[in-house]
Design a protein around this ligand. Structure first.
Ligand code: GDP
Length: 328
């Protein structure tokens, strides 16, 4: 669709698995110096006084080719001796941390305790893992997702997500600390310089909204606009609770609902071919142009394909504002 050799900066807003796969697909098209991934930190927490940043880790491991394809989190070739010891000693084991993964959390915690901000620690981790794209936490400040559920009231995110395996009925969300949070160094610069900004097919409420809650980020997107890839395919989420949460919050698990939800920041939406019938309604109701394709990121080829579709569609929209019917 477009000339790859003249690619400008690409910024992806990302959660964990869906975002990481999408970013890895994009890394096949865009040179690393032109790719920035702004990652959710709302899931971060401190088991055993260690700082764990699950989405940043999934993105870094995936870009480094070290992700664990079976679990969707943590590292491949993992062993679990530390967890076994904790279990023997009667400690909490509901949040599983593999031995190799633990090493990273130990070192991140040590550097943070020395006063290094999370963005710098993340840069050092990326360098050590051979990740050349820029991976940035949305903020270096404390921002934590809390959820209000029917059964237990307010819970910190990981209690809901891992301990209760997202079974409780979600009623409300809060991104604690967000109003005081500042975008991490480099985030606003990358957004301002971006040729295209993409919302990965990540969970809107658990991954994208905490990023957008950092003051300044949403307003850049309102000016510059982004292209999103729907995490919903045929009324379901490919993985995780996005469809369940959509229903619990009074939305539907559809690209149309997503388009309406992010209408103020979207210039385009990539939807799955299974949802093709919704395309006319999306554009009619929201004015957002739609690109229909196979959005299933199966294997490296699937990631590459979806990333390419979103990227070229976004470039087309950016270069020719007012195009109503992009070539499919
Ligand atoms: P988490 O933080 O690990 O939950 O990861 P994300 O929020 O980044 O990604 C979770 C979302 O990714 C889910 O809502 C999935 O529906 C979506 N997702 C995962 N794989 C795919 C895929 O292959 N295609 C599409 N369209 N969405 C996907």
């Amino acid at each position: 669709m477009t000339d790859e050799s003249s690619a400008g900066r690409v910024v992806i807003l990302s959660g964990g698995v869906g975002g990481a796969r999408f970013a890895a697909g994009m890394a096949d098209w865009v040179p690393p110096e032109a790719l920035t991934v702004v990652v959710n930190v709302g899931d971060d927490f401190e088991p055993f006084n260690l700082r764990v940043s699950p989405d940043i880790d999934t993105v870094c491991y995936t870009l480094a080719g070290l992700e664990n394809p079976e679990t969707g989190w943590g590292r491949r070739d993992e062993t679990w001796h530390a967890m076994e010891t904790i279990e023997t000693l009667g400690g909490p084991t509901w949040f599983r941390l593999g031995d190799r993964d633990l090493g990273l959390h130990l070192e991140r915690t040590r550097r943070l305790a020395q006063g290094m901000p999370l963005s710098q620690v993340t840069r050092a981790i990326c360098q050590a893992l051979g990740v050349r794209a820029q991976v940035l936490p949305a903020t270096d400040d404390s921002l934590r997702t809390w959820v209000k559920v029917a059964e237990h009231g307010w819970l910190p995110f990981q209690e809901y997500f891992v301990r209760h395996q997202w079974r409780p009925r979600l009623m409300a969300l809060a991104y604690r600390g967000a109003t005081r949070a500042r975008p991490a160094p480099g985030v606003m610069e990358a957004l301002h310089e971006a040729e295209v900004i993409l919302l990965a097919p990540s969970n809107p409420w658990l991954s994208l909204d905490p990023i957008l809650a950092v003051p300044g980020i949403r307003s850049v997107l309102q000016q510059k606009r982004a292209v999103a890839v729907s995490p919903f395919i045929a009324g379901r989420a490919v993985k995780g609770p996005a469809a369940k949460i959509a229903r619990e919050l009074g939305y539907t698990a559809t690209p149309l609902s997503l388009a309406e939800y992010y209408q103020d920041i979207l210039s385009g939406l990539v939807i799955d071919q299974a949802d093709a019938a919704q395309a006319p309604l999306i554009t009619q109701r929201t004015g957002i142009p739609v690109y229909i394709t196979d959005t299933w990121m199966q294997g490296p080829e699937g990631r590459r394909r979806v990333a390419y579709s979103a990227w070229t569609f976004a470039r087309l929209l950016a270069s020719s504002r007012g195009v109503e019917e992009p070539a499919a």
